[in-house]
Design a protein around this ligand. Structure first.
Ligand SMILES: Nc1ncnc2c1ncn2[C@@H]1O[C@H](COP(=O)(O)OP(=O)(O)OP(=O)(O)O)[C@@H](O)[C@H]1O
Ligand SMILES: [Mg+2]
Length: 302
């Protein structure tokens, strides 16, 4: 199956439902001209077993949806009509994220709520915004749809949501999303109709998705997009929080010895608020020593 195939099969099923199979000749099937789909695409679907080929001559290839395709569409329709199972949120979700207790509490509630509340994590770099999205993705598995704002337009939000029917959509770098995707997102978040810009096709979303997004900036977002989110502002770490986060990140994620991590945290105190500086220092410390790594990477604080 390729991107867009499910929608295509739906379209073919819609077409077949308009046909009167009691008429003579209908058992030969329809041709690519009837449905305006490239012959090569239909042939591929036939090879993959989604179409039957009841008739073939030099001038006419007739197709009908196969039982396999009908079963697939029936299965999807059944799944869509059921209310989505809420996620099972274990106690240790977000355990690898230090601090940010209010954000954790809010996101846990959102993941378990019956109806969607959308959350936007906003704030300066290196405050664990992406880490929150990753943890949710890990929890939701295939029920999460992960998008990076700057890269969504290739497949298109519309197609991705239509095919994957996610429980939660995770969007990193929301401020970089393309205009068509942003338009689709606006209506998706209100549970309205999703209209596909290119072909004007509509998608009825019976089960609402929830969106968790991250962005550095709020100013570049349109007012209507911003209004659809509960905006959760992550503030830069205080000096003591920064110390705790540096030690935690270095020991847990970078496998740094706790004493070395404490030394790096101490030497960076008051010089930077960026966790990524600590990671860079730790990675170069074996070559340079901590003091020299701090001097070269962060400056000597003058
Ligand atoms: N509170 C924290 N707990 C654990 N790790 C943290 C925390 N804050 C920052 N980090 C670490 O800092 C690094 C940057 O985090 P992350 O990528 O999530 O930042 P971000 O907020 O998405 O930044 P950006 O806005 O630049 O995308 C990660 O390697 C992460 O491990
Ligand atoms: Mg990020």
């Amino acid at each position: 199956m390729r991107e867009g195939d499910i929608e295509l099969l739906r379209q073919l099923a819609d077409y077949e439902s308009t046909l009167d199979f009691s008429q003579p000749g209908m058992d030969l099937g329809w041709s690519w001209r009837d449905v305006r789909v490239q012959p090569t695409t239909l042939n591929r679907l036939y090879v993959e077993g989604y179409l039957d080929n009841p008739f073939k001559s030099n001038s006419y290839t007739g197709y009908l949806l196969s039982q396999k395709a009908k079963d697939l569409l029936d299965g999807i329709a059944a799944a869509e009509s059921e209310a989505p199972e809420p996620l099972d949120v274990p106690d240790d979700l977000f355990a690898d994220i230090i601090g940010h207790e209010d954000v954790k509490a809010l996101l846990r509630a959102v993941l378990q709520a019956e109806k969607p509340v959308h959350v936007l994590l906003a704030g300066p770099p290196a405050l664990a915004k992406s880490l929150f999205l990753w943890d949710i993705e890990r929890l939701a598995g295939p029920r999460a749809l992960w998008l990076v704002g700057s890269a969504t337009s290739r497949a298109g939000l519309w197609d991705l949501v239509a095919e994957r029917r996610p429980y939660v959509v995770l969007i990193d770098e929301l401020d970089k999303m393309s205009a068509p995707d942003t338009a689709a997102l606006l209506s998706m978040m209100e549970g309205g109709r999703l209209v596909r810009a290119k072909k004007g096709r509509e998608l009825e979303l019976r089960n609402l998705v929830r969106v968790v997004a991250a962005s550095n900036r709020l100013t570049s977002l349109s007012p209507e997009l911003r209004s659809r989110f509960a905006v959760c502002r992550l503030r830069a770490y205080s000096r003591s929080d920064f110390q705790a986060v540096v030690k935690g990140v270095l020991v847990r994620r970078e496998d740094v010895d706790p004493e070395l991590a404490a030394e790096i945290a101490r030497r960076l105190d008051g010089r930077t608020q960026d966790e990524r500086d600590a990671v860079r220092v730790a990675r170069l410390a074996p070559q340079l020593g901590v003091a020299e790594a701090v001097r070269l990477l962060v400056g000597d604080g003058d």
